[in-house]
Ligand binder design. Structure first.
Ligand code: SAM
Ligand code: GLN
Length: 285
């Protein structure tokens, strides 16, 4: 017989030996057992049911080989919503939840009396941002794009499962939007922004889609693409919200100032104190 405590201790030890964060063990057990953490601790000296133990052992074997826990589970939590994830989409990150919170507060500030807020999420991946914003702000009319048709299939499922109404378009950055007449109040984009020669953890680089990660030599390729074309799809009074790399403040500021000299902008830090979000405002004093 194996108790919860024995099994958890064994895997925490193995995690340490294999360079996997030890917290993953309890986080995985909470999801697999569908029990609260305190409830597991209360039963820590009891025997682990056979079927749970089997799933736990199988999953931990994969996690110890650096496979992301979200891939083993097939889902991930983001802003309190459940998202299907798989190798076609980036696993949504906690920093991106902060981006969503900031977008929602600026929408309130900018468009208090507007009945509808037209919004687009470029490079939607799992749909995490688009679904969250559409669910949290009922005034939003949401469109979302991606160049990956496979990612869009997952995003569509996520919109449906969470009950969000979103129009999906497949295409290269702003291209599908430029082909239409529609103008937007809010453009959101968390593009691939990792410089292409950066060294990365194997749990990311071996398991997540490279089309979602790498943004050219300096990581800024996709921002340039948006900045060069955005005026044609943004309303006069509107804003754009981007996630960005923690070490891109200077290069990003220079890029905004040179390509969008009439716009105001700010760079915000994430909860770890790192530069992480860029907001660009058009038509405000
Ligand atoms: N928005 C999701 C999130 O925040 O979790 C995913 C962001 S991921 C960093 C970047 C996304 O951009 C990926 O889904 C990728 O497929 C998409 N992408 C990459 N190149 C693109 C392009 N040229 N045009 C449109 N989307 C692109
Ligand atoms: N935050 C992701 C990572 O560090 C990268 C996301 C992105 O390029 N937009 O793996």
């Amino acid at each position: 017989m194996t108790t919860f405590s024995e099994s958890v201790r064994k895997y925490e030890q193995l995690c340490e030996e294999n360079d996997v964060p030890a917290e993953t063990v309890m986080a995985f057990l909470v999801e697999l057992s569908q029990k609260e953490r305190y409830n597991l601790y209360m039963n820590f000296d009891n025997e682990m049911p056979e079927d749970l133990k089997e799933r736990f052992d199988e999953g931990m074997a994969r996690i110890l080989k650096q496979e992301p826990m979200s891939h083993v589970l097939g889902y991930s939590w983001f802003y309190g919503y459940k998202f299907i994830v798989n190798p076609d989409v980036l696993i949504p990150r906690p920093e991106t939840e902060e981006l969503c919170a900031n977008i929602l507060s600026r929408m309130d500030e900018f468009f208090p009396d507007q009945e509808e807020i037209r919004c687009v999420d470029i490079g939607t991946g799992s749909g995490a941002i688009a679904v969250t914003i559409a669910m949290e702000e009922p005034k939003v009319n949401m469109s979302a794009t991606d160049i990956s048709a496979d990612a869009l299939k997952t995003a569509e499922k996520n919109a449906e499962e969470n009950g969000a109404k979103i129009r999906f378009l497949c295409g290269d950055m702003t291209e599908p939007l430029l082909a239409e007449e529609t103008k937007y109040d809010v453009l959101i984009c968390n593009p691939p922004y990792i410089p292409e020669d950066e060294e990365m953890e194997s749990s990311v680089v071996d398991y997540e889609p490279h089309v979602a990660l790498f943004g050219g030599k300096d990581g800024l390729y996709f921002y340039r693409r948006v900045f060069d074309t955005c005026r044609r799809i943004m309303k006069e009074k509107s804003f754009m919200a981007f996630e960005m790399g923690w070490n891109q403040r200077e290069a990003m500021s220079a890029l905004v100032e040179s390509t969008l000299p009439e716009a105001k902008y700010e760079i915000l830090k994430d909860m770890n104190g790192k530069d992480r979000m860029l907001f660009v405002y058009f038509g405000t004093l």
